[in-house]
Design a protein around this ligand. Structure first.
Ligand SMILES: Nc1nc2c(ncn2[C@@H]2O[C@H](COP(=O)(O)OP(=O)(O)OP(=O)(O)O)[C@@H](O)[C@H]2O)c(=O)[nH]1
Ligand SMILES: [Mg+2]
Length: 653
């Protein structure tokens, strides 16, 4: 239904064949201004890709245009780009999602500056295949055509376009169009299909309203798939939205997948809130970022790039300014590459392995490109000597090694979400790698759900610190049986997450290196050792309470009689309480256990001789104590289930 909208009219299928399932391939045009790119797309598909009023008026392409063609089992999505040097940034937004390039060179002009720039961009973006069309062949004679062909062959020699078909065509006479279609199909069959099993991601190139439907965004799905009714996350805002409808190839579909031009109807958002450069993706798998570590390649024609130089970064459909930090050396020389770090002016979404282009800050020309190694990198520091080795490991790409390296650089441990945002691996891939590294004793899984991994080296360090801490505690606190779990955890500081602490503690307990007793952690065999002086003082405290019987003294008074310092006396008191020689009846009242032991007997005799019930005054008489003690004692007896409160009285149980 929304195909009727003028905004979507250009995304129309031409020549559909019923055979399924077709291969999805995105073809991007490339080439100098006025070389006939848009005209050629019209000749191929029947759709003229220029859609803006201004484009029609000026006869040039300004922004991206789109068209479709289904031919011999291949579903082509064409992205037509502008050739004008001022609009290279628009070209870049379109070029990022393409599988193969249709390099357009006018036979009457041959290779021109944007032929070169677009070609370099495709090479830097890792485009693998392409077809070269020599357009306007009706304007030149056979000799000229032959010369241009030689020129072009020479130019692409050694590149990804070596041996690519070079076809003379004319949109005017129709010469070569059939052959060009055949060549596109042939090359399309050789391109690798994009991975639909990966996480869905679609860099947005347009956002517009459709009457009756609301906001529609378009773009090339570069990985995974999305279905109507699912949630997607709009990034960099991390806003979750519902997919109300999907279009591809000009018709409503239930699902779009990698390699398809897609129009996505989103509910719950104004079209003006969405711009080119934003991304919709499967929720929770990508992260907006301001820092990335990259392999950066400088074109041979570019001037040397200095440390901390600002550049324009183009990745996906996004564009922002990046400050380039060099991890090695002070500058990148033309035609070489280096490991570098981008500090971005705005948050964008990057994925590991994404290709990008950089353009000089001013004047704005393409100077290089590269590959994202770590899309969510940390600020570079001078101390961080291991970063180059780490990035080289990521570059080699083996999953286990990369995960190991990631864990080793994160002493806090790495949760699943972070691993995925930084690698793009599927959850089962992460778990499989974590399991095999655990078996190899290189990694510790400190939490299974959600998964958190720690390098074995860090884990062993935590264990050692724990043991040392407990040992020190025993040495410093000979009168205490062990350290409280929470105190032990706090002593490790914030750099150890609770899961790591718990796993380490359990491992040490299993190895019998530590003993866990309720909330206490101690070394096996650690005994409370009292000096003769402590022993004497302890006895003194006990006797003070024993002598007083039920007329218990206050702790303060007892301590006042003692020669040792208060903190020490307090610890001895704790020992007596733990031994149950003394019993705390209320926050202020402590009794000797022997004095309390008389109470059940007294109550039993009273019950036998007098009554089942006893009031406070009688209890006072019976025990010979004041009201101050009687109430807390009765409450204590209630708790002990020796008595039960009934109004003002107690029932003796
Ligand atoms: N004679 C002749 N003219 C052509 C042919 N193809 C394109 N043209 C003309 O060349 C001019 C430019 O064509 P476009 O298709 O707009 O060129 P473009 O490469 O898309 O230009 P930009 O998008 O602005 O970079 C138009 O006037 C076309 O009519 C052809 O095969 N033969
Ligand atoms: Mg054009």
């Amino acid at each position: 239904m929304w195909t009727k909208s003028p905004a979507l009219a250009s995304e129309t299928v031409v020549n559909p064949t019923p055979k399924a399932p077709p291969k999805n391939v995105i073809v991007g045009t490339a080439g100098h201004i006025d070389h006939g790119k848009s005209t050629l797309i019209e000749a191929l598909t029947g759709t003229h890709p220029d859609r803006l009023e201004e484009e029609k008026r000026r006869g040039i392409t300004i922004d991206l245009g789109f068209a479709f063609l289904e031919e011999s089992g291949v579903r082509f999505g064409f992205v037509d780009v502008p050739g004008h040097e001022r609009f290279v940034k628009n070209m870049l937004a379109g070029a990022s999602g393409i599988d193969l390039v249709l390099l357009v060179i006018a036979a009457d002009e041959a290779i021109r500056p944007q032929t070169r720039e677009h070609f370099e961009i495709c090479r830097l973006l890792g485009v693998q295949r392409g077809v070269i069309a020599l357009t306007k062949s009706d304007l030149v004679d056979a000799d000229t055509l032959g010369l241009v062909r030689l020129d072009v062959e020479e130019y692409v020699k050694g590149s990804f376009l070596t041996g690519a078909p070079i076809l003379p065509v004319s949109a005017k006479t129709g010469v070569g169009i059939v052959e060009l279609k055949a060549a596109l199909v042939h090359v399309a069959c050789e391109t690798r299909e994009r991975d639909t099993a990966r996480y869905f991601r679609l860099p947005i190139d347009r956002s517009f309203p459709v009457k009756g439907f609301g906001t529609v965004v378009t773009g090339t799905a570069i990985s995974g798939q999305a279905e109507v009714g699912e949630d997607v996350e709009l990034l960099p805002m991390h806003q979750v939205l519902r997919v109300r409808g999907l279009h591809s190839g000009g018709k409503a579909v239930e699902r779009v997948q990698a390699g398809q031009r897609s129009a996505v109807n989103l509910s719950g958002i104004e079209h003006t809130a969405i711009q080119r450069g934003m991304v919709i993706a499967v929720p929770g798998r990508f992260r907006a970022t301001r820092r990335a570590d990259v392999r950066l390649e400088l074109l041979p024609t570019a001037p040397a790039l200095k440390h901390r130089a600002p550049v324009h970064l183009h990745a996906g459909t996004a564009e922002t300014v990046a400050e380039v930090y060099l991890h090695e050396g002070v500058s990148i020389l033309p035609g070489t590459s280096a490991l570098a770090h981008f500090k971005l002016q705005e948050e964008i979404v990057l994925g590991r392995g994404d290709r990008f282009i950089i353009r000089q800050f001013s004047p704005v020309v393409t100077i290089g490109g590269g590959t994202i190694l770590d899309p969510v990198a940390r600020r570079p520091t001078r101390k961080d000597a291991g970063r180059i080795a780490y990035l080289e490991t990521l570059e080699k790409g083996a999953r286990e090694e990369s995960l190991q390296a990631l864990a080793e650089r994160n002493i806090l441990g790495v949760p699943l979400r972070e691993i995925i945002a930084r690698t793009g691996w599927l959850e089962n891939e992460v778990r499989a790698a974590a399991d095999s590294l655990t078996q190899a004793k290189q990694l510790r899984i400190v939490s299974v759900e959600p998964l958190v991994v720690l390098s074995e080296k860090t884990f062993v360090e935590i264990c050692e610190r724990l043991l040392a801490r407990v040992e020190r505690f025993h040495k410093e606190n000979p009168l205490l049986p062990g350290i409280a779990r929470e105190d032990l955890r706090a002593s490790l500081g914030k750099r150890v997450r609770p899961e790591s602490f718990r796993t380490a503690l359990e491992a040490l307990a299993q190895q019998k290196k530590l003993l866990l007793q309720a909330e206490l952690v101690k070394k096996p065999g650690a005994e409370i050792t009292l000096t003769p002086e402590d022993l004497r003082a302890k006895q003194q405290i006990e006797q003070a309470f024993a002598k007083a019987g039920l007329e218990a003294p206050s702790v303060k008074d007892v301590f006042a009689q003692m020669a040792i310092e208060k903190a020490r006396a307090e610890k001895l008191l704790q020992i007596l309480l733990r031994e149950k020689t003394l019993v705390r009846v209320s926050p202020e009242l402590i009794f000797h256990a022997a004095a309390l032991a008389r109470l059940p007997e007294l109550l039993k005799d009273y019950k036998k001789a007098k009554s089942e019930r006893i009031g406070v005054p009688t209890f006072k008489e019976l025990t010979g104590i004041s009201r101050k003690y009687a109430i807390p004692l009765l409450e204590y007896l209630d708790r002990q289930r020796l008595t039960r409160r009934a109004g003002d009285e107690r029932v003796i149980l």
